[in-house]
Design a protein around this ligand. Structure first.
Ligand SMILES: [Fe+2]
Ligand SMILES: [Fe+2]
Length: 183
């Protein structure tokens, strides 16, 4: 399997959250109060899965390796756009969580930010994923030999293995416990 295989499977899971977010937007637009559990669960999905696990492999492994290649101006420009979109997604999730906290403090103006953030995430990801799937991933693989692709796939798997420990180390840390460094 090519290293873009797991990335594309991850896209299929990330896509699943989009209609759920759109439903929450429709509920909010109809004047219903925000579903706090939904917001917190979605933010965790975006932070831990879409950003840390998925964008993490793209940025820390694939894009880093591409930076060492002589990229065409077109591919270089798409890669910059993709990194910019990752950054927008990160900022938007932060804004969503901040607005959720403000809402819990009874600051009703935060409702607009909650709706805007959810709306932006539901707009951003489908286009971002389509760009990677259709315009970037396959040509990106052309820069690597079979051996390099196999090595990248192994790096992806190693990266994924560390994610569950990172997540729960973070939880222990936030609960006041001492995180453990795994060998
Ligand atoms: Fe991406
Ligand atoms: Fe992606």
């Amino acid at each position: 399997m090519k290293p873009i295989g797991p990335l594309m499977w991850e896209h299929r899971l990330i896509e699943q959250i989009i209609p759920l977010i759109r439903n929450e937007c429709i509920r909010l637009e109809a004047g219903n109060p925000p579903n706090i559990l939904f917001i917190e669960t979605s933010a965790d999905f975006f932070r831990t899965y879409a950003d840390r696990t998925h964008h993490g492999k793209e940025e820390d492994i694939l894009f880093k390796a591409l930076n060492k290649k002589n990229l065409s101006p077109e591919h270089e420009s798409i890669m910059k756009e993709l990194i910019g979109e990752h950054e927008t997604a990160r900022t938007t999730v932060k804004e969503l969580l901040k607005a959720k906290e403000a809402y819990l403090r009874n600051e009703s103006s935060s409702l607009d930010t909650i709706l805007q953030s959810l709306d932006r995430l539901s707009e951003l990801y489908p286009g971002h994923i389509e760009k990677e799937d259709k315009k970037f991933f396959y040509p990106a693989m052309e820069y690597f030999s079979n051996e390099e692709q196999e090595k990248m796939l192994d790096e992806f798997y190693a990266f994924d293995r560390s994610m569950i420990h990172e997540k729960y180390n973070d939880i222990i840390n936030r609960m006041g416990g001492k995180p453990i460094k795994f060998p």
